[in-house]
Design a protein around this ligand. Structure first.
Ligand code: ADP
Ligand code: ADP
Length: 232
């Protein structure tokens, strides 16, 4: 589904160069839940942003379904990104917009008519269990409900790949479990490939098929969760 080949990413600030990613090679299969775990500063956010090219690698290639997307110009990339949903730690919802309008937003960017936007938005809002809250504003919802809006928005364009950037890190343990159950259900029912980054071993154990461990910009281990984390 997606393949990273010899990815390097350096950040230059002033006279200092930070090596955020150091020769990353990674292959993610269609239909799996793939976890990337590491400490703060290890390079997780940089790595997940390589997958939709929110950041460009300093060198190396990113293949999405046998297409090298690392060389695409911005307009083509925008089209590719419509097939990749993203969920954020702090939800990133528009506070002045209703739940429905938040989910319509990417659909409007994709050029759907208002009627098409609404129909699609209601469909994904029902999928995440928010059909009774569509006219509320984000501040009227709990953290878990807000993240469900974030997930619905990410699913609105019917993506093939869902990227989750610390999607449960701002949530309490119980809410975390319900969001993880929702992601697992989406993976099963829609066959959607999910890549998530987390600093939590528990998140990895609960929903991931395979995992990669990143430390100081290097992948230090990857494989089946049971092999990498034998005996909890
Ligand atoms: P993680 O998500 O695992 O916490 P990051 O990918 O955010 O790690 O960061 C990896 C390294 O790159 C860190 O040393 C961080 O300080 C550095 N870094 C990340 N983004 C930038 C940036 N925009 N400019 C300079 N350094 C950055
Ligand atoms: P339309 O939805 O008719 O295409 P706009 O995109 O301009 O029109 O937005 C409709 C309303 O939403 C306007 O009142 C505008 O001020 C407001 N709005 C636009 N963008 C944002 C935003 N990022 N956050 C909050 N409100 C916004």
């Amino acid at each position: 589904m997606i393949r990273l080949e010899h990815i390097n990413k350096n950040y230059v600030s002033g006279t200092k160069t930070v090596v955020a990613l150091d020769d990353i090679n990674l292959q993610i299969q269609a239909g799996e839940v793939f976890g990337i775990i590491g400490r703060s500063g290890a390079g997780k956010s940089t790595l997940i942003r390589m997958l939709n090219l929110l950041e460009r690698p300093s060198s190396g290639r990113v293949w999405l379904q046998d297409q090298d997307i690392s060389t695409l110009a911005e307009p083509q990339l925008r089209q590719v990104r419509q097939k990749i949903g993203m969920v954020f730690q702090h939800f990133n919802l528009l506070q002045m917009r209703t739940v429905l309008d938040n989910v319509c937003f990417p659909l409007r960017l994709a050029g759907l008519t208002r009627a098409q936007q609404k129909a699609r938005a209601l469909e994904v809002l029902e999928l995440v269990g928010l059909q009774d809250h569509v006219h509320k504003y984000p501040r009227q919802l709990s953290g878990g409900q807000q993240q469900r809006v974030g997930i619905a928005r990410a699913l609105a364009n019917h993506p093939q790949l869902l990227l989750c950037d610390e999607a449960t890190s701002a949530l309490d343990p119980e809410t975390t479990q319900s969001i993880l159950r929702l992601l697992a259900q989406i993976n099963q029912d829609l066959g959607l490939t999910i890549v998530l980054i987390t600093h939590s071993m528990d998140v990895i154990r609960r929903i991931c098929d395979r995992v990669a461990v990143i430390d100081a910009g290097k992948l230090v281990e990857q494989g089946e969760v049971l092999d990498v984390f034998l005996h909890p």
